[in-house]
Design a protein around this ligand. Structure first.
Ligand SMILES: N[C@@H](CCC(=O)N[C@@H](CS)C(=O)NCC(=O)O)C(=O)O
Length: 209
């Protein structure tokens, strides 16, 4: 498998999960400003122009972060990254994946973006924070004192939530009132896979135009 990624983007969740899974994988860095990668036009890989994209061993391309995450987790059932299909745990994890994709991830995207998906002006930063804060507050309350989102056990939606808390730091947003999420972020950063992946990806994709 091969992951098309941009440093610090939502593809980070997939990268972390691949590392946690123990599966063999390769990496291809995408330049999201130019929509290029090592072999040319990235739109020929994913015509939605987004990362992540996962090239499967048979050459097919899988897209949509939440779906790619679920796909990887099901490949390694022994790792317990996702509950058995149909179990309560599975549906709780699916609910979080959907919530993070639709309520958090997309609300982090600046309505004024030019060449960047994250807000990069004071005005757009404020506007985005107004949209994401109440949703993050909901997650913070649900998380409570648990270490991880579902049953206090590390699983697939935690990798996606970590991208969101990492963006809070990148955008220099306040964690005011989000103490549980801040603790979650610290817990995630202690995981070896997370440390390895952050080091591998290096400096995040620029917030400049
Ligand atoms: N629906 C897609 C959205 C992915 C997405 O928004 N990716 C961002 C990075 S976090 C991106 O590639 N943006 C490039 C652009 O907007 O041109 C998914 O869930 O995977």
């Amino acid at each position: 498998m091969k992951l098309f990624y941009a440093s610090g983007a939502s593809s980070l969740a997939v990268h972390i999960l691949l590392e946690e899974s123990g599966l063999k994988y390769g990496l291809e860095k995408v330049n999201l400003d130019m929509k290029t990668w090592n072999n040319g036009d990235y739109n020929l890989i994913n015509s939605k122009s987004y990362v992540p994209a996962l090239e499967l061993d048979n050459g097919e391309i899988l897209t949509e972060c939440a779906v790619v995450l679920e796909y990887i987790a099901h490949k390694v059932p022994a790792q317990n990254l996702i509950g058995e299909y149909g179990s309560t745990t599975y549906w709780q994890q699916r609910t979080w994946l959907n919530y993070i994709a639709t309520e958090l991830h997309k609300n982090f995207i600046s309505p004024f973006r030019k060449g960047n998906w994250l807000p990069n002006t004071i005005e757009s930063k404020e506007l985005v924070y107004k949209r994401v804060f109440p949703r993050l507050k909901f997650v913070d309350t649900q998380l409570g004192q648990q270490e991880y989102l579902v049953n206090s056990h590390f699983s697939v939606p935690d990798t996606y939530l970590f991208v969101m808390t990492n963006w809070l730091y990148r955008l220099e947003y306040e964690f005011n009132g989000l103490g549980n999420l801040q603790r979650f972020d610290t817990t995630m950063r202690k995981r070896l896979a997370v440390q390895d992946v952050l080091q591998q990806e290096g400096k995040p994709h620029s917030l400049q135009d």
